[in-house]
Design a protein around this ligand. Structure first.
Ligand SMILES: [Zn+2]
Length: 263
């Protein structure tokens, strides 16, 4: 068996271990940087429709077009989260990119976040979820306590690759839920292409294994970027979804379920 074949086998084995432990492996899917209806966005929504899996679309509010909301009409289990405001980098030269970093005045950031939620809520109506996804998965901790006053009830970032310690409690501020993503399938620092079946499945299996052993309930998040994915990435997603959509050991959660927003 080649490396990819072994990685798929190990993933199947991990799911079987969940089943043996009497648990279903909960997963969720976030795709970032939606603003307009493009060929790639169409491809994403076709994949979502075929697999019938719930999708949390992180929409960039300021440039988001009404056509995007219209394109989602009729889609099942697709929700729109708030991905920053303009997705602009305000970090000083030499610092890691951030739209809502510690270098900006809180008041200015608060008014942008309020406008961002207003735009997403107006555009997407019942499909909008009050979940803030900071661009580059990074924001100053100082903003967390303000998010609930701005109507936002949850945040989602990228979890650290290998947490040595159990993840901190779900709340970073009162009334603010957290669900991060764990597997990013784009190799941003290298080829900017797909990281490969073997790497993706190893990360996913490792993450699930740690959760299973610790009996952690917080779901494991998959992060995609429709605008930049290559054929190998699309192929992997189709195979992953086919392998898990009907699998009783796996439960793909919708955004309201992930963030406890179900009324
Ligand atoms: Zn982004």
């Amino acid at each position: 068996m080649d490396a990819d074949g072994s990685a798929w086998a190990r993933f199947e084995q991990e799911l079987a271990d969940w089943d043996r432990a009497g648990m279903a492996a909960t997963l969720w899917w976030r795709d970032d940087d939606a603003a307009a209806v493009t060929q790639e966005l169409d491809r994403l929504l076709e994949l979502q429709d075929q697999s019938a899996l719930p999708l949390c679309l992180a929409v960039i509010p300021d440039p988001a077009e009404a056509a995007l909301a219209a394109r989602l009409e009729g889609a099942s289990h697709v929700h729109a989260a708030v991905h920053g405001y303009r997705h602009l980098n305000h970090a000083p030269a030499g610092k890691k990119k951030a739209e809502f970093g510690a270098d900006r005045p809180i008041a200015a950031m608060k008014s942008e976040i309020a406008a961002a939620w207003e735009k997403v809520h107006t555009l997407f109506g019942g499909r909008a979820v009050p979940v803030f996804v900071p661009p580059w998965n990074r924001m100053t901790d100082n903003l967390y306590p303000h998010l609930p006053q701005l109507g936002l009830r949850a945040i989602s970032r990228k979890a650290p690759r290998e947490p040595v310690e159990p993840q901190p409690s779900l709340a970073v501020a009162p009334s603010l839920a957290v669900a991060d993503v764990h597997l990013d399938i784009v190799d941003w620092r290298g080829t900017r292409g797909f990281i490969g079946d073997s790497e993706a499945l190893t990360q996913l299996s490792d993450c699930l294994r740690v959760r299973r052993l610790r009996r952690e309930s917080s779901p494991t998040g998959l992060l995609t970027h429709h605008a930049v994915m290559d054929e190998a990435a699309w192929g992997f997603l189709a195979r992953l979804f086919a392998a898990t959509a009907e699998n009783r050991r796996v439960c793909w959660l919708s955004a309201p379920e992930v963030f406890n927003l179900v009324a």
